[in-house]
Ligand binder design. Sequence first.
Ligand code: HSE
Length: 407
Amino acid sequence: MVNVAILGFGKIGSGTFEFLQNNAEIIERKTGESFCVKHILDIRDFSGTPYADKVTNDIDKIISDPEVTIVAEMMGGSHPAYEYTMKALSAGKHVVSSNKEVVANFGDELLRVAEENGVRYLFEASVGGGIPIIRPMTNDLSGNDITEINGILNGTTNYILTQMFDYKKSFEDALAEAQEKGYAELDPTDDVMGKDACRKISILSALAYGISIHPDNVYTEGITKITADNVRHAAMMGASIKLIGHAEKNEDGSVFLMVSPLVVNGTSPLAHVSDVFNGIMVHGEPLGDVFFYGRGAGKEPTASAVVADIIDIVVHDGENLKATRWEKAPAEKIASIKDFRVSAYLYLDGVCCEKKVSDIFGEITLIEIADGKAAIVTAKMPEAELDAKIEQAKTAGITTLSKIRVL
Ligand code: HSE
């Protein structure tokens, strides 16, 4: 019998409890073990529910219970989740987590402490919901030189953008629906401003490059400025607009991370990832492209990934596995967006003719020109150069209403 403690009995915590119960037979067949959720840590009152006798608000009761070997942290937020994780690992308990904030902010330290204590810290559920992506990045792709990652990593914003594109819904209505369906964070600002996706790309790049870039040091832009005109122009180009977490390795070994809405050409599988689904394209050398797709948020998919980690721990119990590790990135390894070479869709106001626009921006593709406004796509250039051209256009009376980078 494997005794598990669940920290945080919200959607994911209760989903994991139900998953372990409902699929007990399958899990026992695969692992040769039965599982018992012995404790549930939560500050809310669960009296009168079937879980009442398991619920505690005392972390030390869990830490001091020698029968508990696996702690599943699904509390959300950095604190006290980080402190409780540290306590559990230091007490020789394995920890599995869906908490991307803790993994992105403190993963380097927690992985080190896990290794020092001969236990495992696993976080498959922290990125991509039910999509297996952490384990493939850790194991299957680890011999490749990962040159680029592009991921739709936030289900809430993808749901919103899909509703705006396919059903012409307003941003507000689509967000309310995503919240109702349980995809959004407690504070949906983290979703729509790109912070949630930022934590996830930070975790994926740490696995790919062995160095972690703190989310505070990642250029992050959300989806709140996307307009109906932008959606229309993207459709005219046969493209979509997606919130993408982007990571790439430069020739000098520095790593560039960004979260930004990007115009995604219809020929890319990423353009067809709809609703709450996530999609992650990883380019490895010599492998080439590999694409991961599935439900990126919600109770059951995320619980599936948490249970996958619990099973992993049990089936590899007693093996001397080499731990995953990463270090904090030194400043010289963090590339700036100013040097990032980008092509952009621009929506310009104050335009008299195409020539005036191309005089400033150079080679362009014209999407639409009407009523003194022009939608164009620029050639690739460093971001700093593009911004200088936007300023130059402003001086010439051409205002940039929208700038959306192109993947
Ligand atoms: N709020 C997150 C999302 C939950 O929408 O993707 C899954 O991490």
